[in-house]
Design a protein. Structure first.
Length: 274
């Protein structure tokens, strides 16, 4: 039976801990979240970290400690964000790979991000991609609009396949400034993906989360959920734990007769280094 890769993105870099106390920002909270989300059906965790003041950071020591702790306590694929916060310098974002994750995010271009700009110029994108090949880290190509889909084709044509030989991408939908979180936009993006793509997932930001999840499952894709992207289960019902979002995604995947895959199955799908 076909199955579904569920990725949990528990923290992100935009939401303040003071506004949402349930957001996991300490190492202990992140490990507890990883364990509960694995039990709920997640196979991969997309990690942003915070400092002692709960502010976003790319501190290499904290990143390395986090990777080790999640590996020690779960079987999840550990994916680190190389996006960080919109203010993080490029050199810090490249150093994320020094923490030796299984996977990392790799955004395929610059995008307006609400009132900010998430900068990913082509020279940075190509440098990061070649570094993932050298370090044997599997990238997840994050695509915020159709221009990013075209950029992925350009990247693969010029620099070849990523480490492991598989091409996995995530459609990030509903960000103000990116493609809308609609079924029509998802179908357009999926139909434009390069032939080299072997798997894809979709993320719906905020109120687009259910629309995107249902469209992705209908189109044969996988799911990313978490408090980085969604803070309410429904109007007036805030998320109290990331596991709630994973449980809902797992239920939808099971209803679609594509139940959640295990971390080992996900490693095979992405050809992550054992």
């Amino acid at each position: 039976m076909a199955s579904t890769l569920i990725t949990v993105a528990p923290t992100g870099a935009e939401t303040a801990k003071a506004d949402y106390p349930a957001l996991p920002t300490t190492l202990d909270e992140l490990v507890e979240t990883a364990k509960r989300c694995e039990a709920a059906g997640a196979a991969m965790i997309h990690i942003h970290i915070r400092d002692g003041e709960h502010k976003p950071t790319l501190d290499l020591g904290r990143l390395t400690e986090t990777v080790a702790a999640v590996r020690e306590n779960t079987a999840l694929i550990v994916q680190l964000s190389t996006g960080g916060a919109v203010t993080d310098p490029y050199e810090d974002r490249l150093r994320v790979l020094d923490a030796v994750p299984d996977s990392c995010s790799l955004t395929m271009g610059t995008v307006n991000f609400g009132d900010d700009v998430f900068m990913n110029p082509w020279p940075f994108v190509t440098q990061l991609f070649q570094l993932t090949q050298e370090r044997e880290v599997v990238p997840e190509f994050e695509l915020f609009d159709l221009g990013h889909v075209a950029a992925l084709r350009r990247l693969l044509d010029k620099y070849g396949l990523p480490y492991g030989g598989r091409v996995h991408c995530d459609l990030v939908m509903g960000v103000p400034g990116g493609m809308p979180g609609t079924a029509d936009a998802l179908v357009a993006a999926v139909n434009a993906l390069p032939d080299a793509v072997t798997s894809w997932s979709a993320t719906g930001i905020g109120r687009t989360s259910l629309t995107v999840a249902l469209a992705a499952l209908s189109k044969g894709g996988n799911l990313r959920v978490g408090m980085e992207d969604t803070l309410t289960l429904a109007k007036g019902h805030p998320v109290t734990h990331n596991a709630e979002l994973v449980e809902r995604a797992a239920a939808l995947a099971t209803l679609a007769q594509r139940p959640p895959m295990s971390p080992d199955e996900a490693r095979d799908l992405l050809n992550v280094k054992k």
